[in-house]
Design a protein around this ligand. Structure first.
Ligand code: G6P
Ligand code: MG
Length: 220
């Protein structure tokens, strides 16, 4: 049985993956490091500190602690400016009907985002009240691709990981779901999200009946 569906936020429920990209690109530009969509693909689902480490490594650049902290702050300040504009119209098509279908089937809804800004974005989208549990990225030891955030949300929902379905747009996120021993639904390109059990091009194609059928088949 499916007890819960646990969603990633950025790139699954709304297009903030693009806003993270814009903010990181500004930092990379300033440091004279090239940073394109392909690099960004590797950073999806990756936490703030590790994202900056990736960019610095790409540019063969070493910075001291103070500079590192300053760059993190700059990126986040720009990101906060960008998400200030987020409102309920930015919710991806298909999300509300998907949540309605889950509620109708008595399936719990969780959020497992690596973003420390997740609660803010969720409240700007106006969907806080639809979640049974919202995970806290700041309180888990290991970030995606480690399973920690998905496991902590399953725990918070009081369900077993093996009865959960995770939904992710990122390679690191799909790996986190699989490491948590959950069924993984990818949102995006199936050539990129190769480890997912099932992939939809976007949330508007997410079909809970199809997901559940595939999930139950995979469990037998
Ligand atoms: C999500 C995004 C990443 C982002 C991370 C941390 O996983 O996909 O691109 O780096 O959250 O976000 P934060 O808002 O804490 O910097
Ligand atoms: Mg994501």
């Amino acid at each position: 049985t499916t007890d819960a569906v646990i969603f990633d936020l950025d790139g699954v429920l709304t297009d903030t993956a693009e806003l993270h990209f814009i903010a990181w690109q500004a930092i990379a530009n300033k440091l004279n490091i090239t940073f394109d969509k392909e690099d960004n693909e590797k950073l999806k689902g990756v936490d703030r500190e590790n994202s900056l480490k990736y960019i610095l490594a790409k540019g063969n650049l070493a910075v001291g602690t103070a500079k590192f902290e300053q760059l993190l702050k700059e990126k986040n300040d720009q990101y906060l400016t960008l998400i200030n504009e987020v409102n309920p119209s930015h919710l991806f098509d298909g999300v509300l009907s998907c949540f309605a279908a889950l509620k109708k089937s008595n399936v719990k809804i969780g959020l497992a985002s690596a973003s420390k800004n997740a609660s803010l974005v969720i409240s700007k989208l106006g969907i806080e009240h639809l979640f049974d549990f919202i995970g806290d990225a700041a309180s888990v030891a290991n970030s995606k691709p480690a399973p920690d955030i998905f496991l902590s949300v399953a725990h918070g929902l009081n369900v077993l990981p093996k009865n959960c379905i995770g939904v992710e747009d990122a390679v690191a996120g799909v790996r986190a779901i699989k490491s948590a021993n959950m069924f993984a639904v990818g949102i995006g390109d199936n050539q990129i999200l190769t480890q997912a059990d099932l992939v939809f091009p976007s949330m508007s194609e997410f079909d809970f009946n199809q997901v559940e059928t595939a999930f139950l088949l995979s469990a037998t």
